[in-house]
Structures are given as structure tokens and as C-alpha cells.
Design a binder for this molecule. Sequence first.
Ligand SMILES: NC(=O)c1ccc[n+]([C@@H]2O[C@H](COP(=O)([O-])OP(=O)(O)OC[C@H]3O[C@@H](n4cnc5c(N)ncnc54)[C@H](OP(=O)(O)O)[C@@H]3O)[C@@H](O)[C@H]2O)c1
Length: 245
Amino acid sequence: MKIAGSVALVTGANRGLGRAYTRELVGRGAAKVYGAARQPGQVTEPGVVPIALDITDPRRVGEVAAECADVSLLVNNAGVMKASTFIDAPSLDAARTEMETNYFGTLSMCRAFAPVLAANGGGAVVNMLSVTSFYTNPFNASYGASKAAAWSLTNGVRLELHHQGTLVVAVHAGFIDTDMAALVDAPKVSPESVAKMAFDAVEAGQIEVLVGERTRTIKASLSRDHELIYPPVQEFWDAAIQGSH
Ligand SMILES: NC(=O)c1ccc[n+]([C@@H]2O[C@H](COP(=O)([O-])OP(=O)(O)OC[C@H]3O[C@@H](n4cnc5c(N)ncnc54)[C@H](OP(=O)(O)O)[C@@H]3O)[C@@H](O)[C@H]2O)c1
């Protein structure tokens, strides 16, 4: 689909990648860009229409789908990352917040906007995922679980919506230079470059975007993940079994 002339809605549009998404949409000539945010007063990008939305509030998600019935491009960008492990985390709070936002929030948006997109000719959905959809990093283990769940939902929603002409694009990225990765000392890509790749994919009808060499290598390694991606836990168990004989 063409971005020029489309009507787009971006979640988490007040900062970081969401803000870059809205700027890129305006730059490509979108007819209208809704910037959805928990604090809509923080949506200050020129040409963007602020909308109040917490994606974990199903009632408000339904209202926004009714208020923004002209949307033809939905960008599910909003997300949280609590840098939490599975076992040592003090409670399930971080894991639940990540799952509520990154999985259930995204699912809720897809369900509410599916009929809107159908009514507007099919359109497209962009789901903002991660390299951690593909593997678990102990640094942000429960976040990875939520992005793996969101990857699964993205594949399923694509299957369920292709008959109505809706393109569903998965964008997987490693570290992006935003608040979310502020504490990480590692190479990061710019949010602007991610936005460009995502909308190039929308315009080309491409269903998956793998941002960066590391993301592409990890995805390509999945069939041998325990050998190529994870530290050698299998060798530990092989040695332990040998030692017990
Ligand atoms: N940064 C990275 O390294 C990286 C890598 C791969 C993927 N991603 C993904 O990229 C997306 C954007 O992240 P970012 O890097 O821009 O992070 P960010 O700077 O922390 O921004 C996160 C955005 O999501 C919003 N948000 C969080 N919970 C929400 C909710 N319940 N309802 C509505 N909005 C909510 C935040 O709003 P508030 O201002 O109200 O908190 C903020 O606008 C996320 O899905 C993230 O998982 C990021």
C-alpha cells in the first residue's frame, strides 16, 4: 500500500520510536496521522493528531477504533521492557506488565482495528517486535517471552486477515537508540532508520523486517539455536550424564 494519502495510527507516539514513526509518516505524505499516547499532551510532532490511549484498557481501545474509523495503517509500537529475569525477579509484576502491554495490548488493538481496516480497503498493520522474539536473553527474559508471544500473534493475525486484504508486517529489531535501551552499552540503530525500513516494507508488501545484521543472524540460526545462539548448557548436561555413568 502507499503511505501517501493513507490514514495512520501509531501507538506510543509521544517518544522514542513511536515519535519517529509519526514523523516518517508525515514526511511520506500520509493524509492523517493519529499519535496515540497515554499522555496525549506529549504528542507534539507537527502534523500529528494526538489521541489518548492506554493499549491495556480494552474499553478505550474500542472507543479509539470508533473515533478513528478512517484508519488504513495501524502501527502497534507501544511497548514496555522491565529488564527482568524469570527466576530472580522479586515477583511476577514485571512479566505481567510486559505481557499485558506487548502481547494483550497489541492483540486488543489488532482485534479492534481489523474491521476498520477491512472497511477502508484492507490496509496494513505494523507490529513492533524484537530480536528477542527469537531467543531469550537473561537480561530481559520476561520481555522476550512477551515479544515471542507477540511474534506468534503477528503470524496468526496475518493468516486471519489476509483474506480481507490486510498486510501484516512484523518488524524485529535489536537495540534502538531510545529511552528503552538507554542503560545498554552496545551498538544501537536510530529510530529513524527503523521507521524507514518498516514503511518501505509496507509499500513493498513485505511481511517481515529484520533490522540489523545481528537480528538477521539470530533468525537464520533458529534451526540450530542451542548450538549457535545459547551458551553451551547442553554440554553441561552431557558432561553431567557422562560423569554419572
Ligand atoms: N529500544 C529498543 O532497543 C527496542 C528494540 C526492539 C524493539 N523495541 C520495541 O519498540 C517499541 C518502541 O519502544 P521504544 O524503544 O520507543 O521505547 P520507549 O522509548 O520506552 O517508548 C515506549 C513507548 O510505549 C508507550 N507505552 C508503554 N506502555 C503503554 C501502554 N500501556 N499504552 C500506550 N502506550 C504505552 C510509552 O508511553 P509512555 O511515555 O506513557 O510510557 C512510550 O511512548 C516497543 O514495542 C519496544 O518493545 C525497542
